[in-house]
Design a protein around this ligand. Structure first.
Ligand code: ZN
Length: 242
């Protein structure tokens, strides 16, 4: 049996402590909910980390041994220390997987890896969302079906200021009329990055089985295949000089 995949679920963990309505939906925090549905998979070793822990719960040793990092942030992106962002960015380039959820589109780490604005159209008006699988053979879509509905979600709409996705897995429709590239994948260095839009904190979206399935699939898909620290060598030629 292969070694378990080390998964770290990172959450800002501010809404749950300030807003009783959010705490009622996520009594152990969004990170607790996500870790909770991933943990039964015996092939995963799941831990959590939050913003207000020392080094945001992401000291060098934790980042070094993380294979896949899941990221939820919203109101405190600016409080994430640049040194931690750089540590995570370098680790992605070495081969670590990164799953960025919902309002994480504006996180420092996602913007650093994308190199674009990552801006989008948004509205909190109780829209219904339908998530369409546009790449049914993609591993992240396994078992998801051709589409599923999220009864109430914050609207995220195009244009989404991202580089062209290397793989587009999901596109969403919102009842207000907007559409959004809701499941997008890229490679950055040796690492895999997946952005998945669902997950506004005031709705029980991470309790929904289809959403859990996508995140679990994404964690597996993003598993490292190599670990190659950055270097820039200046070696002698491998063939003898002529
Ligand atoms: Zn939101």
């Amino acid at each position: 049996m292969s070694a378990p995949l080390n998964v770290t679920v990172w959450n800002e963990f501010r809404h749950e402590r300030k807003n009783p309505a959010v705490a009622a939906i996520y009594p152990t925090g969004i990170h607790g909910a996500i870790a909770g549905f991933l943990a039964p998979d015996a092939g995963l070793r799941v831990r959590t980390a939050t913003l207000d822990e020392p080094e945001h719960g992401l000291p060098a040793a934790v980042v070094a041994e993380t294979d896949v990092l899941v990221w939820w942030g919203h109101t405190a992106h600016a409080e994430v220390a640049d040194a931690v962002v750089e540590r995570v960015r370098r680790r992605v380039l070495e081969g670590m997987g990164l799953i960025v959820l919902h309002s994480g589109h504006y996180s420092k780490i996602f913007k650093a890896l994308m190199g674009t604005t990552c801006s989008l159209r948004w509205r909190e008006s109780g829209d219904r969302e339908r998530v369409w699988t546009v790449a049914p053979s993609h591993p992240i879509a396994r078992g998801v079906g051709e589409s599923f509905a999220i009864p109430v979600e914050e609207m995220y709409g195009e244009p989404f200021g991202i580089p062209e996705p290397e793989e587009l897995v999901f596109v969403s429709w919102f009842s207000g009329g907007e559409v959004f590239r809701s499941g997008c994948a890229w490679r950055r260095g040796h690492g895999r990055v997946f952005y998945f839009q669902p997950g506004h904190e005031t709705y029980p979206i991470y309790h929904q089985p289809e959403v859990q399935r996508v995140i679990a699939n994404a964690v597996r898909w993003a598993a490292p295949t190599v670990r190659i620290p950055d270097n820039c060598p200046n070696p002698p030629p491998p063939e003898p000089p002529v």
